[in-house]
Design a protein around this ligand. Structure first.
Ligand SMILES: [Cu+2]
Length: 173
């Protein structure tokens, strides 16, 4: 290889490196788990997490915030199972019972809508595989207008507040 050709190749390599550096600018950092989803649809999801489970069902929690106008979440899907429902917890004959939330989650701009153990939650049913602490579950909300909002829920262990995961909640304390 002639020295001229070699120099040319080195120059080409240097240009390629510069181009890669330009692409690596911090305009679009990868979003870590639990960070806000796109607010393009007027809905932001923060602090999303999912309760670890070996099988059966579990739930996704987090904080929903609407900007501008009220936003209604009508359905959800997740990467963890083929079946997901929007649930609420109600007192039924003295026991806390969960059931599908009629009309979905209505998020008013005036107040954050919390999804919490013992309250509204995204029920993940028929788990395809175990969810371990540290796992990430992709969740997609469908809004009343047909838009979708995607976010990631991080699996983390919890202590206490376990009363909502069973139809027998309230009977076993
Ligand atoms: Cu539920």
């Amino acid at each position: 290889m002639s020295s001229i050709l070699r120099r040319g190749l080195l120059a080409a390599a240097a240009v390629a490196t510069l181009a890669l550096s330009a692409c690596g600018s911090p305009d679009a950092p990868a979003a870590p788990a639990g960070t806000p989803a796109s607010a393009a649809a007027g809905l932001t999801v923060t602090d999303a997490w999912v309760k670890p489970a070996d099988s059966g069902m579990t739930a996704v929690f987090g904080t929903l915030t609407a900007t501008g106008a009220p936003v209604t979440v009508v359905s959800a899907t997740t990467s963890a199972s083929p079946r997901t429902e929007l649930h609420e917890v109600v007192m039924n004959g003295g026991a806390m019972t969960m059931r599908p939330k009629e009309g979905g989650f209505v998020v008013d701009p005036a107040a954050a809508h919390e999804l919490t153990p013992g309250g509204d939650h995204v029920m993940v049913m028929d788990l395809a595989s175990p969810i371990r602490p540290g796992d990430q579950v992709r969740v997609t909300f469908t809004l009343a207008g047909g838009e979708t909002v995607e976010f990631t829920a991080l699996a983390k262990d919890t202590t206490g507040g376990e009363e909502t995961y069973s139809d027998h909640a309230g009977m076993n304390g």
